[in-house]
Structure formats: structure tokens, C-alpha cells
Design a protein around this ligand. Structure first.
Ligand SMILES: *Cc1c(COP(=O)(O)O)cnc(C)c1O
Length: 362
């Protein structure tokens, strides 16, 4: 399949420098959007076509649009970072592109070619480069590629028309007041994903399934929910929209990909990065009993979560029906913070990129 070239139709009325700078001074997360977006259409028989970069604008959606009824929707999340020389680079966009294809397959949607996905992200970042926060402040430009069924009708079947869009939103530092551990609730009443389900796909439906459990965690006084396996509620899977790592001295372990976990790109990168720093890293099985026991006997020294939005977040207090315990005295752990620094240094261009992860845009 050929990659359609992207027709550039930029805005004649982008925000002024002063307006943009005011937003970048305190962007928060997912509240403000840049001046442009990229859209690409797919229709049965014609494939991908009509790739355009246009001003960011509202969509007009028919009330019988299939996505509104049957949720055939997938998305991605990746970031563009400002480097010390003022240039901009994204982190492993090829990995996001491949995961987007996996998600598409699971939801019976067409697969966007990897090079088209990357070209769409590149075009938007190039156009809205001024929106990438300056180097040194832990800010970034969050890119949100997504695709949804864009056909009208209430019959249940894969749609024969889709719309792929990339939008971008500036993100401030995740921990403006310094890195702070989160408290977590081990969810036994609700599960995120089941064997044979769509846990490995990045789709809005998984997030819809998570909201009530997140509300339960909040009611228990916790920041985040930890997902357990659907059948026995014993094996640890992930935390909210992030993957988990368990630090045993100089060995770090992350739950293996069983099909109900989302294969995080941060998770994958840390398996490699930890080895570069002299740690052992592996995938394995961690049960809730083991989590409690190994914390109490002192072998499990730190726990952290990882994902694109927050990079690395330490886990502090753990609450469950089986009791409550605290990791590393409720302080960010040493290994957690070392890995966090190492990852951010590669992403922001202050450390050598030994694995070719950064995609430079000039
Ligand atoms: C996106 C996501 C992650 C993290 O993936 P990254 O590629 O590291 O950002 C983890 N879990 C879930 C459920 C997710 O949706």
C-alpha cells in the first residue's frame, strides 16, 4: 500500500506568540491543543487517501456514527521533546506505529502503514514546533494519534469508512513540585481486561472499563488502581494506564505480557535501559501475596509505574482487602529515580541515544 503524501493547508490565523507563550507557561495536561491537526481517510476499496494538515477544528459527527454506538476506536500517545540545541525529536514513533497496527487488527480496523503514521506525526510537529516546551523544564508536546469508525448506521459489523487524526497538546512537568509517590488500590471487584479480550490494544473501551474502578480507588483514599488478572485476582498486571516494575535490589521485574496487559513502550525501553545501567531486568509473575510478603521481608525494595505521560512514577502506599503496606518508606526509591533520570536524559537529548530511539525532526 502506498503512503499518501500529506497536503499542507496551514492556518492563516494561528495563535500569536504571546498567546502561545501564556499557555506554555502553565499547560497542564490535555487541556490545550496546538494550531493544527493531520487527518487521513480510509474507505473500503480505496484505502488511505486525502491526507491533510489543516487548522485544528471541530468535527461534524452524524448521530448514527458507528463509533458513538459500538466504540470501534483506537489511539496512541507519544511525545516530542526539545533538545539542548533547540531541535525537536520524538521517542520511538515506530514502536507506536506498530502498536497502532496491532490495536487496529484487534478491533477489525484497517492498518495504517508505519511510515504514514510517522509522517503524520512529523508533519504536525514540524508545523507546530513552536508549541514544544523549552528544554530543561520537563515539559513536552504530547501527540495523540487516533482512529475511529466514520460510517453512519446501526448495523453491528466493522465499518467500511475510518478517520485517522493526529492532534497535539503541550504538557507541563508531571511532578511540578518534585517527584511524589502515588498510593494504589488493588482492584478485586473490577478487572480491566480478560484473556481473549482487548487488553493489549490501546482502545477507549479499556479506559471506559477502568473509570469505576478508579473511582473506587479514590473512595479508598488512593491515587491509582492496580489491575489484577481477571480469573483469580491474584497476579498483578498494571497500574491505571501505566505498566509496573518491581525492584529487587539490583534486579527489576515487570509483569509478563499475557495478552491482557498493554505492552508499554516505556516498559519495553526500561528492560533495555536498566541493563545498560548494570541492573538485571526481566519479565515475570508477581502475585499480590508476594508483593506484600517481599515488601515485609525487605527483598522487594521499590515499586514504580511507567508510561509516556509521566515517564516513571514511584509507588508508595499499597491498600487492598488483604492489608496495607508501604514501599521504601513512602519516598521515591533510588533505582526508580536513577532510571527516571536516565530515561528523561535520553528523551531530552542530554544523554547519548545508544539504541537509536530518538527520531529527530531538526
Ligand atoms: C498507554 C498505556 C500504557 C503505557 O504505554 P507507553 O507506551 O509506555 O506509554 C500502559 N498501560 C495502559 C493500559 C496504556 O493504555
Amino acid at each position: 500500500m502506498t503512503t499518501p503524501s500529506i497536503e499542507l493547508k496551514p492556518s492563516s490565523t494561528p495563535l500569536s506568540d504571546a498567546e502561545r507563550e501564556a499557555i506554555l507557561a502553565n499547560p497542564g495536561f490535555g487541556r490545550h491543543f496546538t494550531d493544527h491537526m493531520v487527518t487521513i481517510k480510509w474507505t473500503e476499496g480505496r484505502g488511505w487517501h486525502d491526507a491533510q494538515l489543516t487548522p485544528y477544528a471541530q468535527l461534524s459527527i452524524d448521530p448514527a456514527n458507528m463509533t458513538l454506538h459500538y466504540a470501534q476506536e483506537i489511539f496512541e500517545g507519544l511525545k516530542a521533546y526539545r533538545r539542548p540545541d533547540g531541535s525537536v525529536a520524538t521517542f520511538r514513533p515506530d514502536a507506536n506505529a506498530r502498536r497502532f497496527q496491532l490495536s487496529a487488527r484487534r478491533l477489525a480496523m484497517p492498518e495504517l502503514p508505519v511510515e504514514t503514521f510517522i509522517a503524520a506525526c512529523d508533519a504536525l510537529v514540524q508545523q507546530d514546533k513552536a508549541w514544544v516546551p523549552e528544554h530543561g523544564g520537563e515539559g513536552s508536546l504530547y501527540l495523540r494519534p487516533f482512529m475511529f469508525a466514520n460510517e453512519v448506521g446501526l448495523g453491528v459489523r466493522p465499518a467500511n469508512e475510518y478517520l485517522f487524526i493526529v492532534i497535539a497538546s503541550p504538557a507541563g512537568p508531571y511532578f511540578p513540585g518534585g517527584v511524589k509517590p502515588v498510593s494504589v488500590w488493588l482492584s478485586e471487584n473490577y478487572v480491566r481486561a480478560v484473556p481473549g479480550g482487548m487488553g493489549f490494544a490501546k482502545t477507549g473501551g479499556n479506559y471506559a472499563a477502568s473509570l469505576l474502578a478508579q473511582a473506587e480507588a479514590a473512595a479508598k483514599g488512593c491515587d491509582q488502581v492496580v489491575w489484577l488478572d481477571a480469573l483469580e485476582h491474584r497476579t498483578v498486571e498494571e497500574m491505571g494506564g501505566m505498566n509496573l516494575y518491581f525492584v529487587y535490589g539490583d534486579r527489576i521485574v515487570t509483569p509478563e505480557l499475557t495478552g491482557s496487559l498493554l505492552a508499554g513502550i516505556t516498559r519495553d525501553s526500561l528492560l533495555t535501559l536498566a541493563r545498560d545501567l548494570g541492573y538485571e531486568s526481566e519479565e515475570g509473575t508477581i502475585t499480590t501475596d508476594q508483593w506484600k510478603r517481599d515488601t515485609e521481608n525487605g527483598t522487594l525494595t521499590e515499586v514504580f509505574a511507567c508510561g509516556t505521560a509521566a515517564a516513571i512514577t514511584p509507588v508508595g502506599t499499597v491498600k487492598s482487602t488483604g492489608g496495607e503496606w508501604t514501599q521504601s518508606n513512602g519516598e521515591p526509591g533510588k533505582v526508580t529515580m536513577e532510571l527516571r533520570r536516565a530515561l528523561l536524559d535520553i528523551q531530552t537529548g542530554t544523554a547519548e541515544d545508544r539504541h537509536g530511539w530518538m527520531h529527530e525532526l531538526g
